[in-house]
Design a protein around this ligand. Structure first.
Ligand SMILES: [Zn+2]
Length: 1014
């Protein structure tokens, strides 16, 4: 409720019945005044009856000093409070001269009590208008209960919070009494205030109007529908002389009591305020029957008929260039605008309730504005100051002010701000404040807030950043300010909201709440994971581990409630964990943040071996660090899982980053790619040949036997089968570590030049125990090569990496001749060494051809890298020999001393010797095979010996070297240097047919002698 008096409210008895004397109101009597007031309090305790009395005789009015200050004539009805039998206090507030709130009394009045007001009060209750009403001009009041005669008048600028309307007349309540509001008689008030000049003007211009007000108040009231009515509406216009304005007239004076200002901006005339009678205003333009004036940021329009031409000198407060600040207010009630230039506040206009109006300056309780081109002041508390876009703070005015999240496109309530608290805001957002809400923005409806300078905030966040961690509220969360030493609530976060954390502080969590540092109670929230968290704890009984490698979630195991696990990384709503050699995924909602300190068996560096097992049943994983086996997870049946190591019956694994143990007999241990052996588990395990591209059964292995294997081949073992390979299905076999196999073929010799064909299914026997034990079978019609004959009845073979014997009469044997690969060095554009018009490549080819001729004649198969003058690179030469499976490789070259006519001469030969500078490219497996190297040395020595013996040339000996051709050929190999082309004497021999014949015979004889050994 707002009930506000102007500072110079004057209470007067009507028509001069009470004459005020300055002498009677003396400041020197203040001390006496106090006494009276204390007496008055005593009186009130005796009898506090409120009455309306009608005087039967004139009565003297006394002030608080009991001095007579005037007289009220008989027949007047006065509201009084009976103090005692003699003294009555006149109800009302009386500001007389400089004396505010003066008490006035009647002593021994002779009166008749006015009738009870009860009945009429009921009438009034039904007619209450719950809206404020402002009197911009002085009005006279008549007692509602007794008389139509005006009994008092009040001056302008009073706002009543409510009023009554009875038979279209305004009734107000003032100091426990009810009054009719009579027509305006502002002029008479001014008359008593000794405004002589105006009095004359007013009298001459509004004489008829005055008489109406004075003598026929009731009739006048009937014609005035409300105090907001303008003169043009109540017929007064007819009585006026309409002034003629020229376009050059810049000022007008208001000639009627309430002249409405209209806003025309939306095309209709909307009343937005009043101008006051007698006041002068600048105008902006002439607009037909209207003046255009400034009204805030808009234009106002004033009906000319209620005005007359005026001059600038009549205004003291014209705005000569003061600009609006950018901020505005909204009027909460009809606002009186005051002129302050005279030292006291003089009303000169009204802004209607609800209007938005620009502010020049905010001056404490007063707000400076431009009102129709004049500087005015309105009372600040009567308005709501609007926010400017630059405002940094707001204060909450209502109990519960909701914070909305707008990120989904619709407004979702996420929390509340607290009444009376002040908050920084991020930005202005139309009708909303944008505030910080964790890592999001929140929006707060401006209407529930007011502008604030933020000075009252002690906990504004001036730089603390959110961590990468959030919590989720398990209940509605109060946010506390801790700066005062006690926890003061200043907001709420709704249940279910996710909110960013600045830091943990024991049970309390520090957050930024709308730009202020707040604390919420930790146990009421679930703290979420930061991407950098390394551990999580399982909260629920069975938390499934999923494998996502197939693109869909496949359960592969479980984690155990209460256990803590390291995680590999954050994966949205999931933890990524280690699961053997794969990743597993665990749903975060079933877990909570943990520091990992409780884990005793974290795997800090043990690596998985290249071996895995397959679970034959659901497998419990145990932690063994406590001295007892404590389950901490499950691997589902059928899952394949990486092994760190075997430990007797127990298998050590990494389970989600922790060292665990599972029971070995419950699993099938798989093969590692590096396993060298396997054991056959089933009765008949077929050997397949895959050389045709399809699997052809060629024999079988025997249950319980152990075999070396050549390599791992997916689901298969690849085995050596004489000169071929066979394939064995892994599922029928098991891993064996470090077996001893008596008849394992540890030689590189897998077969010789004896081909046999099985004429029936052929058992293969192991003789290492002293008796014949079958360890496999070769199917009928299969052909393989034997290593050698053994006596007359047996063939010695390599069968799956073991030495076996088959019964020769059950086979058909063919002897295969040896294949000798001759490599004449150089060729084509590569001439090799040259001197005396001769080229090395030609000598080499000529000798090689002679060697081939000799050996072919002796039944050997001879193949040459080149038969004519063509070029091949070194790898092609070796590769060709490898492809043909040649038995020996002989490269033939002629030497050079680097300069012509050198004395250096003689023959030298080379075998392969490994040099780390020259790694093998196409013969990695065999280049440094000891058997090959050993045989190569033998071959080289035999041929060198023959060459020296046959030619008598200088013996430069044999040596090891890493020449490409002897490195990359997989069979025993040698490289011969026939002599020096740069030695004149030796060159003459080298190019001669007879010497080349001698060299060829020596080489051929050496080869044949070597082949006798192998
Ligand atoms: Zn050469």
């Amino acid at each position: 409720m707002r009930f506000r008096f102007s500072v110079f409210l004057i209470f007067l008895f009507f028509l001069g019945i009470l004459t005020l004397s300055d002498e009677n109101v003396s400041a020197s009597t203040l001390s006496d005044q106090k006494d009276i007031r204390s007496t008055s309090t005593e009186f009130q305790s005796e009898n506090m009856a409120h009455l309306s009395i009608q005087l039967n005789q004139d009565a003297v009015v006394l002030n608080s000093n009991m001095d007579g200050i005037g007289t009220i004539y008989k027949n007047q009805i006065i509201p009084v409070t009976k103090i005692n039998d003699e003294l009555y206090e006149i109800q009302g507030r009386f500001d007389i001269g400089t004396q505010y709130d003066e008490k006035l009394y009647l002593k021994d009045p002779v009166f008749t009590e006015a009738p009870s007001v009860t009945g009429r009060n009921d009438v009034l209750k039904e007619n209450l208008i719950d809206d404020s009403i402002t009197f911009n001009e002085g009005v006279t009041l008549s007692s509602f209960f007794q008389s139509t005669t005006p009994v008092l008048s009040i001056d302008s600028c009073i706002t009543f919070s409510s009023y009554y309307k009875v038979q279209n007349q305004i009734v107000i309540q003032w100091n426990n009494s009810f009054y009719y509001v009579n027509p305006i008689n502002h002029e008479l008030v001014e008359d008593t205030q000794d405004s002589t000049k105006q009095e004359k003007e007013i009298t001459s211009e509004t004489e008829e109007d005055n008489s109406l007000s004075l003598y026929s108040p009731q009739e006048s009231l009937n014609t005035v529908p409300s105090v907001r009515s303008t003169g043009t509406q109540n017929g007064v216009k007819k009585l006026m002389d309409i002034q003629n304005f020229n376009a050059s007239d810049n000022y007008f004076e208001v000639t009627e009591v309430f002249v409405t200002v209209y806003d025309n901006s939306d095309g209709t005339l909307r009343p937005v305020g009043y101008l006051n009678k007698g006041q002068v205003y600048p105008r902006i333009g002439d607009f037909g029957d209207w003046h255009q004036i400034k009204f805030g940021k808009k234009y106002g329009y004033v009906w000319k008929a209620a005005t007359k031409v005026a001059n600038a000198y009549q205004i003291k407060n014209e705005n000569k260039g003061v600009n609006n600040s950018g901020r505005s207010f909204t009027a909460n009630t009809n606002l009186t605008v005051y002129d302050n230039t005279g030292g006291s506040l003089v009303p000169f206009g009204t802004i209607f309730k609800g209007e938005k109006y620009p502010i020049i300056a905010n001056l404490g309780d007063w707000i400076q504005i431009d009102f129709s081109g004049r500087i005015g002041y309105i009372y600040g508390p009567a308005v709501t100051v609007d926010f400017s876009t630059n405002d940094k703070y707001f204060k909450v005015l209502e109990d519960i002010v909701t914070i909305y999240d707008n990120s989904s496109g619709s407004l979702v309530p996420v929390g509340y701000l607290t009444k009376g608290q002040v908050y920084p805001r991020v930005s202005d957002f139309g009708d909303w404040h944008q505030i910080k809400f964790g890592n999001r923005y929140g929006y707060v409806w401006k209407a529930a807030t007011t502008v604030d300078n933020g000075n009252s905030i002690k906990n504004e966040n001036r730089g603390l950043l959110n961590s990468d961690r959030s919590f989720t509220a398990n209940q509605s969360l109060t946010v506390y300010d801790n700066t005062g030493g006690v926890l003061t609530p200043f907001g709420t976060i709704n249940k279910g909201e996710k909110y960013a954390i600045i830091s943990y502080l024991g049970d309390w969590i520090q957050i930024d709440f709308s730009g202020r540092i707040g604390y919420i109670y930790g146990p009421a929230v679930t703290v979420g994971f930061s991407p950098n968290d390394k551990y999580f704890k399982v909260l629920e009984d069975i938390v499934t581990i999923y494998d996502n490698s197939s693109g869909s979630l496949v359960p592969v195991g479980y984690l155990t409630k209460g256990q803590v696990y390291p995680r590999v990384s954050d994966f949205g709503d999931w933890h990524q964990i280690k699961f053997g050699n794969r990743y597993g995924y665990v749903w975060k909602a079933a877990t909570t943040v943990d520091n990992g300190n409780s884990i005793k068996n974290e795997n800090r560096g043990l690596l998985n071996s290249d071996r895995s097992f397959t679970a034959n049943q659901s497998l419990t994983v145990y932690d063994n660090t406590g001295g007892v086996l404590t389950p901490f997870g499950v691997i589902n049946k059928g899952e394949k899982y990486a092994i760190i190591s075997y430990l007797g019956d127990w298998i050590q694994i990494d389970f989600s980053g922790r060292i665990g143990y599972i029971y070995g007999p419950a699993v099938t241990v798989g093969f590692s790619p590096n396993d060298k052996y396997f054991k056959v588990l089933e009765d008949i395990v077929t050997i397949y040949d895959n050389s045709s591209g399809s699997l052809v059964p060629v024999g079988y292995l025997t249950k319980g036997q152990v075999y070396p294997r050549v390599s791992d081949f997916g689901d298969w073992h690849k085995i050596q089968l004489s000169n071929k390979y066979g394939y064995i299905w892994k599922a029928a076999t098991a891993v064996v570590s470090n077996p001893y196999i008596a008849n394992e073929n540890r030689s590189s010799v897998k077969f010789g030049n004896i081909l046999f064909k099985a004429l029936q299914n052929l058992s293969v026997y192991d003789t290492s125990s002293g008796s014949l034990i079958s360890f496999g079978e070769i199917n009928m019609n299969q052909t393989y090569r034997a290593i050698s004959e053994y006596g007359s009845d047996w063939l010695k073979i390599d069968f799956s990496g073991r030495i076996g014997y088959v019964y020769k009469p059950a086979t058909e044997v063919t002897y295969i001749s040896k294949t000798i690969f001759l490599d004449p060095g150089h060729g084509g554009h590569d001439s090799g060494a040259a001197d005396g018009g001769y080229l090395e490549k030609n000598i080499n080819l000529s000798v090689a051809k002679k060697v081939k001729s000799i050996l072919t004649g002796r039944g050997y198969t001879v193949i040459m890298s080149r038969e004519d003058d063509t070029y091949l690179d070194l790898y092609e030469r070796a590769g060709k020999a490898n492809q043909l499976n040649a038995d020996i490789f002989v490269s033939i070259h002629t030497n050079s001393a680097g300069k012509s006519s050198s004395p250096v001469n003689g023959i030298e030969s080379y075998y392969y010797e490994y040099d780390p500078e020259y790694p093998s490219k196409i013969n990695v497996d065999m280049h440094n095979n000891p058997e090959r190297v050993s045989r190569s040395i033998t071959l080289t020595k035999i041929i060198q010996e023959k060459l020296i013996s046959y030619t008598g040339a200088t013996n430069r000996g044999v040596d090891g070297a890493s020449f490409a051709v002897i490195r990359e050929s997989k069979m025993p190999a040698t490289l011969i240097e026939l002599g020096f082309i740069t030695n004149n004497n030796e060159r003459q021999k080298l190019v001669s047919n007879s010497y080349q014949d001698t060299l060829a015979r020596a080489i051929a004889d050496g080869i044949v002698e070597y082949l006798k050994h192998y």
